[in-house]
Design a protein around this ligand. Structure first.
Ligand code: PRP
Length: 217
């Protein structure tokens, strides 16, 4: 047991990490110090189970997993699609549910059915490109933004946006609507392909525990 190496988890900072840690606790994986709001530590260890955890910005999680700096990463499907890294997606954790949608004012609906070269603002240029170019066969201009995407059609930067819709309240409060749905999203477990082979027994056991708890246990 003592020569067992650490399994390292990359968690996506914020609400997803809190939900993930709650789920881990339910299956007996605990990490006290990560819950300390005042800590400046970046990496947390459970010596008994030989596990390490760190928090990273969402888009960096698949990068850590692809390079094997983390064996396992927990991140939203939106980030997995956008980053397109060489990692395995192995489990849908069922929380963090939302949708990737094309949104805009109702008046933009007809533009989506035309072959007009409209402007699309988004934090997810790869997802938007794939949707418009490969699925809809519509040539559009994609404008990358870093947040508050709903502003773009309001101030005339773009006709529509591709963005995450959870409750829909941001859209409602800004006079925008869902025009088309791109895909459903939720938190996923990702694994480094080499780790999956080398640590198969430990990772499989962990995934079984987690999947038996998905949706409540
Ligand atoms: C996300 C997303 C929408 C909003 C959707 O933004 O980009 O703006 O949440 O949630 P709702 O449907 O429940 O209103 P986030 O708060 O992550 O910040 P951002 O604008 O900086 O991307």
């Amino acid at each position: 047991m003592s020569d067992e190496r650490y399994l390292t988890f990359a968690l996506c900072k914020g609400r997803l990490a809190r939900k993930t840690l709650e789920l881990f606790e339910k299956v007996g994986i605990t990490c006290e110090e990560i819950n300390d709001p005042d800590t400046r530590k970046l990496i947390f260890v459970n010596e008994e189970l030989k596990l390490r955890f760190f928090l990273a910005k969402g888009p960096d999680v698949p990068t850590y997993v692809e390079y094997g700096a983390a064996d396992i990463g927990i991140v939203g499907k939106d980030t997995i699609l956008e980053e397109n890294r060489k990692i395995y997606e192995v489990l849908d954790l069922g929380f963090g549910k939302c949708r990737m949608c094309v949104c805009g004012p109702e008046s933009a609906r007809e533009l989506l059915n035309s072959q007009e070269r409209i402007r699309v603002a988004t934090k997810y240029p790869n997802i938007a490109k794939d949707y418009f170019y490969n699925q809809k066969n519509q040539t559009v201009e994609i404008i990358k933004l870093n947040g508050s995407i709903e502003l773009a059609p309001i101030v005339g930067l773009s006709e529509v946006i591709v963005d995450i819709v959870e409750t829909g309240s941001t859209l409602r409060e800004n006079g925008l609507v869902v025009l088309e749905e791109v895909c459903p999203l939720s938190a996923r477990v990702t694994v480094n392909p080499v780790s999956m082979r080398m640590e198969n027994a430990r990772i499989t056991e962990l995934l079984e525990k987690l999947s038996s708890c998905v949706g409540g246990c």
